[in-house]
Design a protein around this ligand. Structure first.
Ligand SMILES: Nc1ncnc2c1ncn2[C@@H]1O[C@H](COP(=O)(O)OP(=O)(O)OP(=O)(O)O)[C@@H](O)[C@H]1O
Ligand SMILES: [Mg+2]
Length: 201
């Protein structure tokens, strides 16, 4: 089973992925804990390029770097793991590209859908948890952190990103599950656990 976690920075993706991975492992299953961009040697190198403030990266180059990292992760790790019937949990996946590069950077929606399809070779998550929080909550939670290149994009950019996630929720509501993530870590976790069949038997 392939599960992804989406949402803006500070919404709790890494926290919830870790908790859910622990619970699935406790049931005796093999779990892969992955993040995008990243998860392979090449994809982690691309992550460093994308998040550092060293190089000026134009919007199209940014999109293509994300997709290159994704193509490598899908073929090297995700698809083989799914074929072995293992669990794959990934912190961000192609919905982040739709929301950030599509709505945030305002690149062509059609080009993004096409590149998402090419990079994944058609692979889709079985379930996606969109941890929904306001920008105010995000700012509070990431208050003490150093912001990476993309996090420095400004309020209007992040408002567009949020509208992008809402758009995906409206158009792919079976796979893409909205989780109200404004409340405590435990409350949010319960809402996610409820939606994962293997954790409810
Ligand atoms: N429900 C919650 N209530 C309060 N604080 C939370 C909650 N969930 C996570 N946090 C805290 O908020 C911060 C951000 O959480 P986390 O790193 O899991 O978010 P993230 O979505 O992975 O962010 P990023 O995209 O920046 O990696 C952490 O300090 C975490 O402990
Ligand atoms: Mg994180």
């Amino acid at each position: 089973m392939f599960i992804t976690f989406e949402g803006i920075d500070g919404c709790g993706k890494s926290t919830q992925l870790g908790l859910i991975a622990d619970l699935i492992e406790a049931k005796g299953f093999k779990v892969h804990r992955l993040r995008e961009p990243g998860g392979t040697s090449l994809s982690e190198d691309i992550r460093n390029i994308l998040l550092s403030n060293k190089s000026k990266i134009n919007d199209l180059a940014e999109l293509l770097l994300f997709e290159a990292a994704r193509a490598n992760l899908v073929e090297e790790i995700i698809r083989p793991a799914i074929e072995r019937n293992e669990f794959v949990l990934c912190d961000r996946f192609f919905d982040s590209t739709t929301a950030y590069q599509g709505f945030g950077r305002q690149l062509s929606f059609d080009i993004i859908q096409e590149l998402n399809l090419i990079a994944t070779n058609g692979l889709k998550p079985d379930l996606t948890f969109y941890l929904k929080i306001s920008l105010e909550t995000a700012n509070i939670r990431s208050h003490n952190r150093i912001h990476d290149r993309i996090e420095k994009s400004g309020r209007e950019f992040f408002e567009r990103v949020l509208s992008g996630f809402d758009f995906i929720a409206e158009n792919d509501s079976k796979r893409f599950i909205i989780i109200d993530a404004e409340h405590s870590i435990i409350e949010t976790n319960k809402k996610i656990v409820d939606k994962i069949p293997i954790l409810n038997v």
